[in-house]
Write a protein that binds this ligand. Structure first.
Ligand SMILES: Nc1ncnc2c1ncn2[C@@H]1O[C@H](COP(=O)(O)OP(=O)(O)OP(=O)(O)O)[C@@H](O)[C@H]1O
Ligand SMILES: [Mg+2]
Length: 230
C-alpha cells in the first residue's frame, strides 16, 4: 500500500511532537528508529487513524482513511491490550470481529501459531501470561489479519532472543506479496536483519531515511552517526 504523508503536524497543547514535511511508504519493511519521545508512536497512531493530525494529510493509495481502508490496515500498539480470555480467543479475536468464516479462521490460526511455540499457552487466560508471552499472542493476533499495511510498535521489546528471531521471521512473512510493514524498534541489529528501508526520527522530525544498508552504514546526519557509533 502506498501511504503518503504531507505536512503532517501533531501538537499536544503547545508542544509540537510531530512535524513531517513529506514521507512515503510503499512495499517492504520499514524500520523507524529514534530516541524516547521522538514521536515514533505518535506517527504510527496517526497513520492508523487512532489519533488525528493537527495539520496536514495522510493518503492511502491516494484516498483518505475510510471504513473500507481500515480493513486493510492493522496496528500492534506499544502496550497492547489483551482481552481477559484465553490466548486462542485473543489470537482469533480480530478475525471473529471481521466475521471471518470458520474454515478460513482455522486456516490462518494454524498457519501462524507455528511461528512461536505457543501450544501450552493457547488455553491459558491472558492475565496469567508473562510479558514476553503476551507479546507473542499480541503479535499473532495482528499477523492472522494478513493486512496490506501492518504497523508494529516495538513488537519484540519484551521477547527473549530466540523468540525475537522467530518474530522477525513472522514479520518478514507479513511483508510478502508486496505488502507493507512499518516496524518501530530500538534494536539497530534487528533493523539491519529485516528492514528494507530505515527512518530515523528526532524531536518529531525525520532526520535520516533511505535504504537500510545506506542509512545504517553511512548516514549523513551527525546525530545518527553518533547513535550508530560511526
Ligand atoms: N496524549 C498526549 N498528551 C501530551 N503529550 C503526549 C501525548 N502522547 C504523547 N505525548 C508526547 O509526545 C512525545 C512523543 O511521544 P511518542 O510516544 O510518540 O514517542 P516515541 O518516539 O514513541 O517514544 P518511545 O521510544 O519512548 O516509545 C513525547 O514527548 C510524549 O510525552
Ligand atoms: Mg513509542
Amino acid at each position: 500500500m502506498k501511504v503518503l504523508l504531507s505536512d503532517a503536524v501533531k501538537d499536544y497543547d503547545t508542544c509540537r511532537v510531530l512535524d513531517i514535511g513529506s514521507l512515503e511508504f510503499t512495499k517492504g519493511i520499514y524500520a523507524i528508529l529514534g530516541s524516547n519521545g521522538s514521536g515514533k508512536s505518535t506517527l504510527m497512531s496517526c497513520m492508523a487513524g487512532l489519533e488525528c493530525l493537527s495539520e496536514g494529510s495522510i493518503l492511502y493509495d491516494g484516498r483518505k482513511l475510510d471504513a473500507n481502508l481500515r480493513n486493510s490496515i492493522s496496528i500492534l500498539v506499544q502496550k497492547p491490550y489483551l482481552f481477559n480470555k484465553t490466548s486462542y480467543e485473543n489470537i482469533v479475536s480480530g478475525l471473529k470481529y471481521k466475521r471471518t468464516p470458520k474454515e478460513e479462521l482455522q486456516k490462518r490460526f494454524d498457519k501462524y501459531k507455528s511461528y512461536f511455540e505457543v501450544d501450552d499457552l493457547l488455553n491459558k487466560k491472558s492475565s496469567w501470561l508473562s510479558g514476553g508471552e503476551r507479546a507473542k499472542i499480541a503479535l499473532l493476533r495482528t499477523a492472522v489479519l494478513e493486512t496490506e499495511l501492518t504497523m508494529l510498535d516495538e513488537p519484540t521489546a519484551a521477547m527473549d532472543i530466540e523468540s525475537s528471531m522467530r518474530a522477525e521471521n513472522l514479520i518478514r512473512q507479513m511483508a510478502e506479496n508486496n505488502r507493507t510493514v512499518i516496524l518501530i524498534t530500538h534494536d539497530v541489529h534487528q533493523a539491519k536483519r529485516i528492514a528494507d528501508q530505515v527512518i530515523f526520527m528526532d524531536k518529531g522530525k525525520i532526520i535520516e531515511m533511505g535504504k537500510a544498508e545506506n542509512v545504517l552504514n553511512n548516514p549523513a546526519n551527525k546525530l545518527v552517526r553518533q547513535i550508530l557509533n560511526i
